[in-house]
Design a binder for this molecule. Structure first.
Ligand SMILES: Cc1cc2nc3c(=O)[nH]c(=O)nc-3n(C[C@H](O)[C@H](O)[C@H](O)COP(=O)(O)O)c2cc1C
Length: 177
């Protein structure tokens, strides 16, 4: 199964990118790609003048091609990051409804005690219009994420690994459904 990962944080050492790495390890896909969400800010004038940027077309194609998608979002002021919302908005401007019926697992890594729970709700709302098949759980919310991974980028807590494995198993089952 081909798996695509989206990280709502662009920074190199993002804990959400590490979480995607763990999700990939536990899903064990035949192929894995991490999407590049470092896109220009959506601007209708840019779209009118130059059309959809190539990076957005690539992203939409990756979404369409994937059997399953994992999205790891940070929590920024109790919501998702602008990076992630911007990517969702750009992709919504492409043809072909790439998210429709796509099996999607969402997860979060955040500094706060709730591990990004509110960002996950916000993400569900943001994606509702695209009609993906977003799993309802188990919820993977990594709190105090700056200390949740070891030097090799592996999740430290046994409970997190167990929940993430369950979520990845549920994602595989959703692909086969
Ligand atoms: C603009 C901004 C707003 C933030 N708001 C929250 C928040 O509401 N809740 C929270 O738990 N952490 C918040 N944080 C801290 C992030 O959870 C933390 O930076 C986290 O490591 C980001 O994910 P990353 O490691 O993948 O970059 C915020 C960080 C930034 C930069």
């Amino acid at each position: 199964m081909k798996l695509l990962g989206l990280s709502g944080s662009l920074r190199k050492d993002a804990t959400n990118r590490k979480l995607l790495g763990e999700a990939q390890r536990l899903f064990a896909p035949s192929a894995y790609v991490e999407a590049d969400l470092d896109l220009p800010l959506y601007n209708g004038d840019l779209e009118s003048a130059k059309g959809i940027p190539e990076a957005v077309t690539t992203l939409a194609g990756q979404i369409k091609d994937a059997d399953a998608i994992v999205i790891a979002t940070p929590e920024y002021n109790q919501s998702i990051s602008g990076v992630l919302k911007n990517a969702l908005d750009w992709v919504s401007r492409t043809d072909g409804a790439p998210w429709a019926d796509k099996p999607v697992a969402i997860m979060s890594a955040a500094a706060g005690r709730s591990g990004g729970a509110r960002a996950q709700y916000a993400l569900r709302l943001c994606m509702q219009a695209f009609r993906p098949r977003i799993l309802q759980g188990p919820e993977v919310m990594v709190a105090a994420s700056h200390e949740a991974f070891d030097a090799d980028g592996q999740l430290k807590g046994e409970l997190y690994v167990k929940l993430l494995q369950e979520l990845m198993d549920a994602l595989k089952a959703e692909v086969s459904r």
